[in-house]
Write a protein that binds this ligand. Structure first.
Ligand SMILES: Cc1cc2nc3c(=O)[nH]c(=O)nc-3n(C[C@H](O)[C@H](O)[C@H](O)COP(=O)(O)OP(=O)(O)OC[C@H]3O[C@@H](n4cnc5c(N)ncnc54)[C@H](O)[C@@H]3O)c2cc1C
Length: 550
């Protein structure tokens, strides 16, 4: 377990006022305790680093917001031991395997079916499933796990200012109710402070992209919706008619839900500012126009205002500060990607920080956070924009849309190119994603799933330590691993895989091996055993941990 005092230089803050305040110390300070900050905290403590989390709100999410959780995010949660509880809670909230479709109105004409069944054709690629669970239910599950793992969670606590120096970050925080102020001294800071990130602003990190697309609203409402659903199992219902464009999500038992409205009026020249002149009566008008029913009783519970945008921060790191989640990228909720990309930022970043803090990796590993995650964020943001334009906002098509990439390849087929991966000669292209069905264990791709026995996937071999998966005929790999472990002091597990499909799926021969990172990405592979597996494995592991002799 990492001790919270490792490498911390208390009192290094240059701000004299900050120096006068009481100080607590932590290896990592996470600012923002919503979906991404809470995920980062749990992943960090899973790797033996206990962070402090400060969150402005008094508790976790009060609005449902994100709900579609992809297989990749579920795979990450599976390593935390919370997959089952998430699946159970999801079943209480939503009928599983629903469709994503478009209607003129819920009561009226159907326009298009984008996905007929959420998990159709994707069940074989992962030990887990896509599902819907709102942030309101998911965040308390993450919070509970964080508390079990000893994370120091501080709600109703706002970070007021911060500064960094060569050994750490000093932040001034204040409790909202007591006004008590103190400083937190951390080796690193994760900015999970959302789309309006004040940390990103203070660091003067520009954002790039398509900009603000609309001042959108989400109307949370109650109504007896079952008759309008007519037995259809619908997860997301896009609405497009001359009055408005947006989407519904409806929860069990079909008496509550929300309607997002992005634009109103003429679809070719729409009103993009839904915030202006917004009243309860107007919300009821929007609901009636989207439901296609003037008689159904309606109650508006709440309205949330937010900007639909498609933007990515130009840098994900400044010194000891790392941007994650909406602080780093914001995308239209078409495809359900925003929160998922954030969860995966947190997943990758937490492991890298933990390895550096534990002394297992050189500081250079931290620069691979941006080189790996920023291209994924850019790809996904553009894909969300393409879906938004083609499904709902044709008027934004200026002829420069990225062609649509298959959902599965965005969710599971993205590739990393960084110094935390040892490239192969034939894989030197800069493809940011690939066809998951043709993916065969290239370094930089997610290690493929195979069922090793009932309920045990290859993916269950990853999560905390590096894993070396070897073909059935490999002889020298245990000794090679021992050689590397003794020299680098990093845990490494060796798993001989007897599954008949292993060599094909991982692109190695029976004497070969694949080195998989704790985040489930292939770091390196030896297609066959070769002359000196010890030297090649040691070289690969040293390289991806930035432990090269300099
Ligand atoms: C209608 C809608 C539907 C969506 N559906 C999906 C979906 O199905 N799937 C999906 O993946 N994504 C979806 N998204 C996107 C998803 O909601 C966001 O990507 C996600 O909430 C981002 O989480 P975050 O933790 O990065 O930021 P936020 O949720 O914005 O959290 C940031 C937190 O930081 C705190 N904070 C900020 N500044 C400070 C400070 N100085 N001190 C202390 N605390 C601070 C805030 O209080 C806040 O709690 C949807 C979004 C919308 C609007």
């Amino acid at each position: 377990m990492i001790q919270s005092h490792i490498g911390i230089n208390v009192g290094a803050a240059r701000d004299p006022e900050a120096n006068a305040l009481p100080t607590i110390e932590t290896p990592v300070l996470v600012v923002g305790g919503s979906l991404v900050g809470m995920s980062a905290a749990v992943f960090l403590s899973h790797h033996g680093v206990r962070p402090v989390v400060v969150e402005h709100h008094r508790g976790s999410a009060i609005h449902p917001r994100a709900a579609l959780i992809t297989q990749r995010s579920m795979e990450a949660f599976r390593t935390l031991g919370i997959e089952k509880i998430i699946r159970d809670e999801s079943e209480k909230q939503f009928v599983q395997d629903g469709a994503v479709m478009a209607v003129e109105t819920l009561a009226g004409k159907e326009l298009a079916w984008f996905i007929a069944n959420l998990n159709e054709g994707v069940r074989d690629v992962s030990p887990t499933v896509r599902l819907f669970i709102t942030q309101k239910l998911l965040e308390p599950l993450l919070q509970k796990r964080a508390e079990e793992l000893g994370v120091d969670l501080r709600f109703a606590t706002e970070m007021i200012s911060f500064e960094q120096d060569s050994t750490g970050v000093t932040a001034v925080v204040r409790h909202r109710d007591t006004s008590e102020s103190y400083t937190i001294r951390a080796r690193y800071l994760i900015a999970a402070d959302g789309p309006r990130s004040s940390i990103r602003e203070q660091l003067r990190i520009p954002i790039e992209g398509r900009g603000i697309l609309s001042h959108s609203i989400t109307i949370y409402f109650r109504a007896p919706l079952a008759p309008l659903l007519r037995g259809r199992n619908l997860s997301v219902i896009l609405v497009s008619n001359p009055a408005l464009r947006g989407f519904f999500r409806i929860e069990r038992p079909f008496e509550t839900g929300f309607l997002v409205v992005n634009t109103t009026g003429d679809p070719a020249h729409p009103n993009e500012d839904l915030w202006r002149g917004l009243t309860n009566d107007r919300c009821i008008e929007y609901l009636r126009a989207a439901l296609g029913d003037d008689t159904i009783p309606l109650v508006v519970d709440d309205v949330m205002k937010w900007n639909a945008r498609a933007d990515v921060a130009s840098r994900f790191r400044e010194g000891r500060v790392f941007l994650a989640g909406d602080a780093a990228h914001v995308m239209p909720p078409y495809g359900g990607y925003g929160g998922n990309v954030g969860i995966q930022d947190a997943h990758g970043l937490a492991r890298k920080l933990a390895y550096v803090l534990r002394g297992w990796a050189g500081e250079g590993l931290l620069s691979t956070y941006e080189s790996e995650r920023r291209p994924v964020a850019s790809l996904t943001t553009e894909q969300a924009f393409t879906r938004y334009v083609t499904r709902e906002a044709r008027y934004l098509d200026r002829g420069n849309l990225e062609p649509q990439v298959e959902d599965l390849n965005i969710e599971l087929g993205y590739r990393y190119h960084s110094s935390a991966v040892v490239p192969e000669a034939e894989a030197t292209n800069n493809r940011t994603h690939e066809n998951l069905r043709e993916s065969t264990g290239h370094p930089g791709t997610r290690a493929p799933h195979l069922w090793l026995k009932p309920e045990v996937s290859t993916l269950d071999l990853f999560g905390r330590n590096f894993a070396l998966l070897t073909g059935g005929e490999g002889k020298g790999w245990p000794e090679a691993s021992q050689f590397a472990v003794e020299r680098l002091g990093v845990p490494l597990e060796v798993h001989p895989i007897r599954h008949a499909g292993f060599c094909d799926r991982y692109g190695v021969s029976g004497t070969g091996a694949a080195l998989v990172r704790p985040d489930g990405f292939v770091a390196w592979r030896a297609r066959s055993g070769g002359e000196s597996p010890a030297v090649s494995l040691f070289g690969a592991l040293s390289a991806v941990l930035d432990r090269q002799p300099r």
